[in-house]
Design a protein around this ligand. Structure first.
Ligand SMILES: N[C@@H](CCC(=O)N[C@@H](CS)C(=O)NCC(=O)O)C(=O)O
Length: 210
């Protein structure tokens, strides 16, 4: 398998965690987002959305991190990342989508660039925007974690929810968001980072880290 990735991309980070949890080996194909490699015609031919990640498996090309998680779950069911119970599965998916659909898209690189270049926001205003949407999103996430044991989001095993939460927390910390109002989120983050599959997926461990 080949993963088009950027060390700091939280969407790629989700997939890296899932691949590691499922013990699937892959090679990283770096796409340097700050150098705009995602905008090259050669990459557009691979992903018309010009975003990472893209996973190549068995000559098939897959985009959209959540869709990739679903593909991996169906194709490689060992070490399941969704609960057996249909109700729990729906809750895990809702949590993952709260991150992937509600929080992440409005804080994406191209949005931040637009705020800066087209709407003339300065660094402080951009940071304010970023932190605001994280805090709003995290209020919902913390509430959804009401029954979490503080180790994983749902149940006693990692799921899609943890694959999505850990990268989002990494970003929140990078942008200096105060996480003290979100003790469950912080506790799950600390716990997951003791697990090798999560540790090997962190940006600092990637071959393109700089
Ligand atoms: N919904 C997509 C989002 C992918 C995405 O936004 N990736 C970001 C990195 S986390 C990206 O490639 N950004 C490039 C850009 O904004 O130009 C997914 O989940 O895969």
């Amino acid at each position: 398998m080949k993963l088009y990735s950027y060390f700091r991309s939280s969407a790629a980070y989700r997939v890296r965690i899932a691949l590691n949890l499922k013990k699937l080996s892959y090679e990283t194909e770096p796409v340097h987002l700050v150098k705009n490699e995602q905008l090259l015609e050669s990459y557009k031919a691979i992903n018309p959305s010009q975003l990472v990640p893209v996973l190549i498996d068995d000559a098939h090309t897959f985009s959209q991190s959540i869709s990739i998680l679903e593909y991996l779950e169906e194709q490689y069911p060992t070490q399941p990342l969704l609960p057996k119970d249909v109700i729990e599965r729906a809750k895990v998916r809702a949590f993952a989508q709260s991150i992937a659909c509600d929080i992440h898209p409005i804080n994406n690189l191209r949005v931040l660039k637009y705020l800066q270049n087209d709407l003339s926001l300065n660094d402080e205003q951009k940071k304010y925007w970023y932190q605001h949407w994280i805090v709003e999103g995290f209020k919902s996430l913390e509430a959804q974690l009401e029954h979490s044991n503080g180790q994983f989001c749902f149940g006693t095993q990692p799921t899609f929810a943890d694959c999505c939460l850990i990268p989002q927390v990494y970003n929140a910390k990078r942008f200096k968001v105060d996480l003290s109002p979100f003790p469950k989120i912080e506790s799950i983050y600390q716990h997951c980072l003791t697990i090798p599959a999560f540790l090997h997926a962190v940006p600092e461990q990637q071959p393109d880290w700089e």
